[in-house]
Design a protein around this ligand. Structure first.
Ligand code: DX5
Ligand code: ZN
Length: 223
């Protein structure tokens, strides 16, 4: 099993000081920076694009970026994001006509490829593209907004995804995103998640280091 990673979502950060906020969570123990991209088309909200990621890259923040694309169509923006060399780029199957091609585009462009499942999306396509996947993201809220309530049925979906990943023998990360906090992170971990996105729970707290440490402790105590 992969070591647990905490991935603060920038959506809940103070955007007027984005670079500093990222620096702070990295010093506080964050493993990955979750960069939510929303287009007011696939999801009813608008966030940041590739230009902002390019600037953050130039600021030498010394962190890994995990780009969660909630944009339709995905392919053209995938190419723009690849220029900023994020560690991961993840796409929703609904946002591309040819998922296999999109995942291959991400990988040949030098990033790791992720596939994202909404609460209403079955895992059925996963087997078909497993050879191209480095990360499986299970949404525990409907995408579009931070600060929503964790949807409990995502725990059984995590278990199902964990079985598929283990059967594959590949070291694929299993990520959970939406409504994660100190009270439910252990449950998500025991259901098989190893990568935990948290926006409000981290950036809304008054001590990032304590929150991230407590989250890691909750995961370890559960194991
Ligand atoms: C929702 C985003 C999430 C969101 C998580 O569409 O994908 O990453 O920012 O925020 P919290 O942790 O506040 O639910
Ligand atoms: Zn996200």
């Amino acid at each position: 099993m992969n070591s647990p990673w905490i991935a603060p979502s920038i959506l809940a950060a103070d955007f007027s000081r984005l670079g500093e906020e990222i620096q702070s969570v990295v010093s506080a123990g964050a493993d990955l920076i979750h960069y939510d991209v929303m287009d007011n088309h696939y999801v009813p909200n608008l966030s940041v694009g590739p230009l902002v990621l390019q600037s953050l890259r130039k600021a030498n923040l010394n962190c890994l970026f995990d780009v969660h694309l909630m944009v339709k169509p995905a392919d053209r923006l995938v190419e723009d994001f690849l220029d900023a060399k994020p560690e991961f780029i993840s796409v929703h199957p609904e946002t591309t006509e040819h998922l296999h091609r999109t995942l291959a585009l991400i990988k040949t462009g030098g990033s790791k490829a992720g596939i994202v499942f909404n609460p209403s999306t079955p895992l059925t396509v996963l087997d078909e593209v497993l050879e191209l996947v480095d990360l499986v993201l299970i949404m525990s809220v409907n995408p579009g907004f931070g600060g929503q309530q964790f949807i409990e049925t995502s725990l059984s979906k995590l278990r199902e995804a964990r079985e598929i990943i283990d059967r594959s023998g590949k070291s694929i990360r299993l990520q959970i995103d939406g409504g994660i906090n100190i009270n439910n992170i252990a449950q998500a971990s025991s259901a098989g998640a190893d990568t935990f996105v948290a926006g409000t729970a981290i950036f809304g707290s008054n001590n990032y280091a304590k929150t991230i440490t407590d989250m890691k402790k909750a995961i370890t105590e559960e194991q």
